[in-house]
Design a protein around this ligand. Sequence first.
Ligand code: F3S
Length: 755
Amino acid sequence: AETKTPLSNFDTGVYVEDSYANTAKNLDVVRKTLNRPLTLAEKVVYGHLIDPTTKVTRGQTYLKVQPDRVAMQDATAQMAVLQFISAGLPKTAVPSTIHCDHLIAAQFGAAEDLEVANEENEEVFNFLASAGKKYGIGFWKPGSGIIHQIVLENYAFPGGLMIGTDSHTVNAGGLGIVAVGVGGADAVDVMAGLPWEIKAPKIIGVKLTGKLSNWASPKDVILKVAGILTVKGGTGAIVEYFGDGVDSMSCTGMATICNMGAEIGATTSIFPYNARMADYLKATERESLANVADTFKEHLKADENAVYDQIIEINLSELEPHINGPFTPDLAHPLSEFAEAVKKNEWPEELTVGLIGSCTNSSYEDMSRAASIVREAQSHGLKVKSLFNITPGSEQVRATIARDGIIDTFEKAGGTVLANACGPCIGQWRRDDVPKGTKNSIITSFNRNFTSRNDGNPATHAFVASPDIVTAMSIAGSITFNPNVDTLKGTDGSDFKLSAPTGEELPNRGFDPGMDTYQKPADDPDSITVAVAPDSNRLQLLAPFKPWDGKDYDDLTILLKAKGKCTTDHISMAGPWLKYRGHLENISNNMLIGAINAENDKANEVKNQTTGVFGAVPDTARDYKAKGIRWIVLGDENYGEGSSREHAALEPRYLGGVAVIVKSFARIHETNLKKQGMLPLTFANPSDYDLINPEDKVSIVGLTTFTPGVPLTMKVKKPTGEELDVTVNHTFNDDQIAWFKAGSALNKIKSDRGM
Ligand code: F3S
């Protein structure tokens, strides 16, 4: 019998050959319609179209595609999994995984920190583990590593399409897959068997020529690109790399470049399949996958003369190391000009902490290059002058660098190895070397450096650079150190220059898998009960929302008329609320507390129309809910902009809201509201917003004949008895109207399956 290659070594019943055959078949159709050469990203995305006859215009057409897999991290997985459970399906429709990495804080070092995290988050980890077992989701335990490294090592494959509930999912583009970071709502859809919708991305081409040399590394490619495109330059686009410079970089180096594509707002980034990727696949026990990819090569690179919306050219031979920051990842400084910028801007010269690793830069190659620098310093009697933290991206990398003496090198030089987790990269850093508020400089090989991100101290100046530069500066103890020109003084009093780093792309002796940190789905899922304690503060099972009652909405109360900017952060704040991500009841106490009330220009202070007393928005909504009063929210332009946070749609629905009527919506939030059975509507005439006041009562008429493209009417009744009709538009299609009628998209899926 013919043997096929599973999508990963952990999957059964899903095969690379089938995914490729589907792509090839789709592309035959797409090519006939488009009749032009295609870029690589286009091939992968259009190759996954549900309907390949879709006539695609980049930047315009909404595409329905079928991803090959879903990955979730522990923070965002909670609500996604809770929603999936409420759909009542026995198993996810596509291979899915959960990765415990974000909830682990760095303080003392790997072993201790992991123990603390396991204690603090026991409930959440147990819930995710049991849900994984029951619903066929692969579960990577705390300590296994950072989601994006685990995905690169085990799941990414050239020509695939995946989504992940984390913005740096894009890391996997280093293995030639289109991998996109999404919100939980999208993950739920795909796990439940719905297609994933994405606006056809524009394509930015980056042509690489020449070859990296000296202190330059792949990280410097993206630091340079970020300087050119800025934090917004990639919005709505896939960044596609090509040119003969590509082959001079390792697969993990390409992943680093793709990872930081998130910092320019790109949908994702991708590299064409090449021998370096094949080497990586082989080193990570996926030789048969590489063999299949070899037979599919022409679909894993751009056609000749493919057209890009914009092209950037970078000559790697001339590329200098870059240092980006502080406070934003697009403030790019070539190394040769950096010391001067530090002095001119009076940034603190002394380096307090250097940090290498994270999902961005923790490959074996990165670690072995950094170790080569440390060893040379050691041979002159030097240790690191700054604090020096190392975050391995995965248990496999940790075990391998431990075996090969690299950890020993770091520790002997004064470094601390942290847990294989996000830690300081996401502010999970209980830092005590510098008091909060003290101005100081740190440099990391991570990706983001927004104010307070790493240590919660707004006075910390965080810079981003390659692990090589971070290591060299940590030895020198100063961010003005330039290893190309500056010397260090050895313990014997003589001056020396650091040589350019050298490293091994892949471990000579192969990877050491380390501890087994994977939990596979149960063979007898029915025997598994998902662990959620009824009195839990952090987790709460979701009850399905009620279906529509078949009648127009009469006599609705206006909870809040929001004025000006109302982002998903105003609707569902982050910060301290994040610990309630898995508990809809508790997190709903942040509903709309950031929105400005048009009536009094205050946040979180609205009049309760039944008592006349002003109070907090969530409390008022709860009072209405208890009294059986249905309510709506009015809003301004671009309501719900910001993130794809599904809580911003779940909370109003949970507290008894039925409609959000605004001048205009951010599209993702609008769709999220529809998924939860709410009515997102827009004023046909935006100035009608001014005609309605919080004490008015509102009816929404036309629901019994709810039809795509046909506006609804809002009947407004003033306290004086005066009435007026306001036309409101909607963007519901037939499927979405069915969601509304069923009470939510998940209810609809359930009823379609006869459950
Ligand atoms: Fe984690 Fe930082 Fe990456 S938070 S996933 S290590 S960007």
